[in-house]
Design a protein around this ligand. Structure first.
Ligand SMILES: Nc1ncnc2c1ncn2[C@@H]1O[C@H](COP(=O)(O)OP(=O)(O)OP(=O)(O)O)[C@@H](O)[C@H]1O
Ligand SMILES: [Mg+2]
Length: 459
């Protein structure tokens, strides 16, 4: 996505000095950036060094045949729109030019107005093509329904909510979760499971675009809305019409832009920057954040009305450490995925490895697990993944936080001693709160009191 608004670039290739200079002036006045060459070789140098949108290409040049230039240009950049200028109305030349990939042709002598119209048309076609390209890319990447893996009841509850949401095509949603929990994946699932799946799925990361450009990116702009707005442009809301827009990191949206966003959520209408016409779109908005919006509201960096509007449908994705049953299915899923892309057999996790993965705290959540599995598969040269293939900090964290059974309990320990040590640990961990400790231990309070008396721990 372009983050800077740039003027279109026109390359004039013409050996007649008067025509070249006149056309250069005319189109520069129209707001285009104009480059000009009087030889084919120079023209090709420009094509290599600049991003050209449209070229006016004279077919008769001193050093090269125009059709050869056209072919060479397209080898460098096949999106250049070429308008071929033929010296006389010879149908054959025009046809060969079109066959060679020219966008259109014009005969000399031509009316300036006719040429201007042709250039405008070429620019508009190019713009539409690139919009379609964006859509294709977005759809191609995202509408492949990415598999969601998870068997914990917490993750299943998330998926139930996703399915319910998918059936209400207009409801917007706010997805909350720590980094790497799968917010984008869930947004994709909402789109792909809904009737909107045939429409576009457009992503926008609010923190990736400078505040002053975000409004134009979201809502588009009219020609002349600001200095750089040489032509009008659709925003992502218009491009997402009929589909879903995923606004990531919504907590980073400039507070000044929030009322306009709230308005689209409420009635699906907005105006382009500098526009006077209300635009209506049919778009589902899915927003995501890993920030605490409630505290941002308290600090007045997020609007309260927008927060309550978004809160109508919240999907909370729990961190991985709170749904450890998902760790193994996910790890095995990532092993299968990598085996496929590495073109090798499926590796197995050793028991020690499983143990470590199950106990680790996963601050980076599913993304961290995915990366760790990929790394381990690269490091493991046999079909087994061992603890030595896991990052050091993982193994360290486990050995520090959970001393192994063997370390804490030598073989001659009695059951009573083990129980006493465990009860003590639990009671200490809740600072002597009997109700809490009895809940953790799964025994009645009186029962715990008796044990404490027995072990003389009641004080
Ligand atoms: N339940 C899941 N099943 C399969 N893959 C998952 C699951 N959850 C997350 N992933 C994968 O983990 C990676 C991270 O997920 P995603 O990008 O959706 O997280 P996120 O919450 O948007 O992260 P961030 O806050 O950093 O943007 C992706 O490759 C995603 O496909
Ligand atoms: Mg994300």
């Amino acid at each position: 996505m372009k983050s800077k608004i740039m003027e279109p670039v026109l390359l004039i290739v013409e050996d007649d000095d008067v025509i070249r200079k006149t056309l250069s002036e005319v189109f520069a006045k129209k707001g285009l950036k104009v480059l000009s060459a009087d030889k084919g070789r120079d023209a090709l140098e420009f094509v290599k060094a600049h991003k050209i949108d449209v070229t006016l290409l004279d077919l008769k040049l001193p050093d090269m045949n125009g059709l050869t230039i056209l072919k060479n240009m397209h080898e460098v950049d096949d999106s250049i729109m070429a308008i071929v200028v033929t010296a006389y109305p010879e149908v054959k030349t025009a046809i060969s030019a079109m066959k060679a990939g020219a966008y259109d042709y014009i005969n000399k002598p031509f009316e300036l107005e006719e040429l201007k119209l042709l250039v405008d048309k070429a620019l508009e076609t190019k713009r539409l093509k690139s919009e379609v390209e964006i859509l294709r890319r977005e759809k191609g990447d995202e509408c492949v329904f990415l598999q969601t893996v998870g068997s914990s009841y917490k993750f299943k509850a998330v998926m139930e909510l996703v399915k319910t949401m998918a059936q209400t095509p207009k409801t917007s949603a706010l997805i909350q979760g720590e980094t790497g929990t799968g917010k984008e994946l869930i947004a994709n699932a909402i789109h792909c499971l809904s009737d909107r799946k045939g429409g576009p799925f457009i992503k926008l990361n609010c923190s990736a675009i400078p505040d002053n450009l975000l409004e134009a990116e979201m809502f588009g702009y009219e020609k002349g809305a600001f200095t750089d707005a040489k032509q009008s442009k659709k925003g992502l809301f218009e491009l997402a019409d009929g589909g879903t827009i995923f606004l990531d990191e919504i907590g980073d949206m400039d507070i000044k832009l929030q009322p306009k966003f709230l308005q689209v959520l409420e009635n699906q209408t907005f105006r382009r920057v500098g526009g006077i016409r209300d635009m209506h779109v049919d778009v589902r908005v899915v927003a995501a954040t890993n920030k605490n919006l409630a505290s941002m509201v308290r600090e007045k960096s997020f609007r309260e009305d927008l927060y309550y509007r978004l809160k109508v449908m919240v999907i909370d994705i729990p961190p991985l450490r709170e749904r450890r049953e998902d760790v193994m299915p996910l790890a095995e899923y990532f092993i299968r995925l990598n085996s496929k892309s590495f073109g090798e057999g499926i590796k197995k996790l050793s028991t020690e490895c499983r143990d470590i993965l199950l106990k680790y705290s996963w601050p980076g959540n599913v993304r961290e697990l995915k990366n760790i599995i990929e790394r381990a598969m690269i490091l493991a040269h046999t079909d087994r993944i061992l603890p030595e293939h896991l990052p050091r900090e993982l193994v360290d964290e486990i050995s520090i936080s959970v001393p192994s059974y063997h370390e804490t309990n030598p073989v001659n320990t009695t059951l009573e001693e083990v129980e006493k040590a465990h009860v003590m640990r639990v009671v200490n961990s809740v600072k002597g709160n009997i109700s809490q400790a009895s809940r953790i231990l799964g025994i009645a309070r009186q029962h715990l009191r008796k044990k404490l008396q027995k072990y003389s721990l009641s004080s």
